[in-house]
Design a binder for this molecule. Structure first.
Ligand SMILES: [Zn+2]
Length: 146
């Protein structure tokens, strides 16, 4: 994966004022945009680390699994459970990483802040709390109900 360089920061600054805001919100300032951008970058790094840790844990568990001949079935059961736990942790982290990377790409293309489903502004308030959001509250809730 390409690491976002300093060129990206320049581009983002130039586009700050064109990011959409919800009705009644003030336009984005460069500082606000920069804050959200840093938050997204931190998210991406944190998720990448979480995935590494989860995958290292999984590798250990699989290792244990292969030389576990003649083990107590109860032990095997609990390590299967651990493995499932680790796998869902890794999967969660991967989902979040994808979402953060998607939001970051929108940032760079200047489309950040627009709902990917209905095209309405997501709203600055929401994005400042949840920089990974790529959908407005209405669409997100609709998706979660499905
Ligand atoms: Zn929407």
């Amino acid at each position: 994966m390409a690491t976002p360089g300093s060129d990206a920061a320049q581009t983002v600054r130039a586009k700050a004022s064109s990011f959409p805001v919800a009705e009644g919100e003030d336009p984005w300032t460069e500082d606000e945009v920069e804050e959200v951008r840093q938050e997204l970058l931190a998210d991406i790094k944190r998720m990448e680390r979480a995935i590494e840790v989860a995958e290292a844990g999984l590798a250990d568990l699989f290792q244990e699994g292969t030389d576990g001949a003649g083990r107590d079935p109860a032990d095997v059961g609990s390590s299967n459970f651990e493995r499932d736990q680790e796998m869902s942790l890794a999967q969660n982290a991967r989902d979040m990483l994808e979402q953060a990377q998607l939001a970051y790409r929108l940032f760079e293309s200047g489309d950040y802040g627009r709902c990917e489903s209905c095209g309405n502004p997501i709203g600055k308030d929401r994005l400042q709390v949840f920089p990974r959001a790529t959908m407005c509250v209405t669409c997100k809730q609709r998706e979660e109900r499905r």
